[in-house]
Write a protein that binds this ligand. Structure first.
Ligand SMILES: Cc1cc2nc3c(=O)[nH]c(=O)nc-3n(C[C@H](O)[C@H](O)[C@H](O)COP(=O)(O)OP(=O)(O)OC[C@H]3O[C@@H](n4cnc5c(N)ncnc54)[C@H](O)[C@@H]3O)c2cc1C
Length: 396
């Protein structure tokens, strides 16, 4: 039976970053990814933003890992020629009612030590983004963009060069605890590993259950659709002030590393965990989510906003209307439907979204139960934390 010191489930940014942070620890590592390539789900379908850390509660895992992780990505991208740019972003209040929310973000940015974030006037907004209009804004110089998929390809390459194994097309189907580790059935093979890290994104709760755990929270999938901007009206990144009553950042304009600008993502409940179109449906995923008290309570709390998000998901006109609040000159025919991504969000039975990153551990395993945005930005920092937890576990 092939034997390794550490087995890692998931070839997204968190799993690969964990392996990357363990690469020189003198351990034999294996990563199993069920798809044929790395970063096939959340990591490769996100906005490609390296977030600054301005939104998160001071001292939270999100705040700490976002700031550290972003700096590590910039160093990694520079060292390995991964496309990236620290271009900064603006957060814009479209009208007076959004100013208290903007002030709150400004205060939080400074509480998190991001002291170069500064308030900007409507004239300065126009200097930075000539087509953007707002009554006030914040310029955040720390934010950047990166090609996360390319970064994952590079980490795979480095791991393989160092003699570790990263296998694609190898879904982990069963985990069996043994006295000295795990027997892991992945693809058509059974492996023995001493310690295990599970970084399975949309399937985090399922892998935890395979390990005999019974997490209270369940992963619920929220799709985010993007439109592509057909005219060069945006230079960098433009974000709205997030709705304080809805746990998402709001649709924004993002220049990607390939030079295109994308607008989105919205946030709609997805009837399929890996469903990337508006009609995607899986009976078992839908049943799993809808039979859970947390989902029903979440819907009861957010039904009005959820309904509006649904309408917008099917109406380019409504999407356009939202975007025009930030870029008034934007015409409907300057947008074309583009790709979608699906977020894995952990919901508690009381309907609350788990706000921070969540790890659960056993004697020989670490499970990443909740790694929502900014987990791509934070991946190298989260990976370091998981690596430390793994190193502290017995291997005898
Ligand atoms: C639309 C959208 C926009 C976002 N924008 C940003 C952003 O701009 N910046 C940011 O920082 N974050 C962003 N995020 C969040 C970020 O992308 C995720 O938090 C991050 O990618 C999570 O990484 P992961 O490795 O945990 O999950 P994933 O990337 O989903 O990787 C998990 C991997 O595990 C594999 N897997 C699952 N089950 C098994 C199994 N049984 N066997 C083997 N393999 C398995 C999956 O195939 C998958 O490849 C966004 C997310 C979405 C969806």
């Amino acid at each position: 039976m092939p034997t390794f010191d550490v087995g890692i489930v998931g070839g997204g940014c968190v799993g690969l970053a964990t392996a990357y942070q363990l690469r020189d620890a003198g351990l034999k590592i294996i990563v199993w990814e069920k798809e044929a390539e790395p970063a096939f789900h959340q990591t490769g379908r996100n906005s490609g933003v390296m977030h600054s850390g301005i939104y998160y509660k001071p001292g939270s895992l999100k705040a700490l890992n976002c700031i550290g992780g972003r700096e590590e990505w910039v160093a990694f991208a520079q060292a390995h020629g991964v496309a990236h740019e620290v271009c900064g972003k603006i957060v814009v209040a479209a009208d007076e009612t959004e100013i208290p929310g903007l002030e709150k973000i400004y205060r939080r940015a400074h509480e998190n030590g991001l002291t170069l974030s500064r308030k900007i006037t409507p004239e300065e907004i126009r200097e930075i983004e000539p087509e953007c209009a707002g009554v006030a804004g914040i310029f955040v110089p720390y934010t950047g963009i990166i090609d996360y998929r390319a970064a994952c390809v590079k980490m795979t390459e480095i791991l393989r060069q160092k003699g570790h194994k990263v296998i694609f097309g190898a879904p982990v189907k069963a985990l069996k605890r043994q006295t000295d580790g795990y027997a892991v059935h992945a693809g058509n093979e059974t492996y023995r590993v001493g310690r295990l890290a599970a970084c399975a994104g949309l399937w985090a709760d399922k892998i935890a259950r395979m390990d005999g755990l019974n997490p209270e929270a369940r992963i619920v999938a929220f799709r985010g659709d993007y439109y592509r901007l057909l005219v060069p009206k945006v230079r960098h990144l433009i974000y709205p002030v997030p709705d304080p009553d809805f746990p998402f950042l709001g649709v924004h304009f993002t220049r990607m590393t390939n030079g295109e600008t994308e607008c989105g993502p919205n946030a709609v409940f997805s009837f399929k965990r890996e469903g990337y179109s508006r009609s995607s449906f899986s009976f078992s995923d839908a049943w799993n989510a809808l039979s859970f008290s947390g989902t029903r309570r979440f819907f009861a709390q957010y039904w009005q906003k959820g309904l509006r998000e649904y309408q917008r998901a099917f109406s380019q006109k409504l999407f356009h209307k939202t975007l025009r609040r930030l870029v008034p000159s934007l015409q409907a025919n300057e947008l074309a439907p583009a790709r979608s991504g699906v977020r894995a969000l952990a919901l508690a039975p009381n309907g609350e979204l788990l706000d921070d990153f969540v790890f659960i551990e056993t004697e020989r395993s670490v499970h990443v139960l909740n790694a929502p945005s900014p987990a791509a930005t934070a991946a190298l920092a989260i990976g370091r934390q998981i690596a430390e937890k793994i190193l502290n576990k017995t291997n005898s």
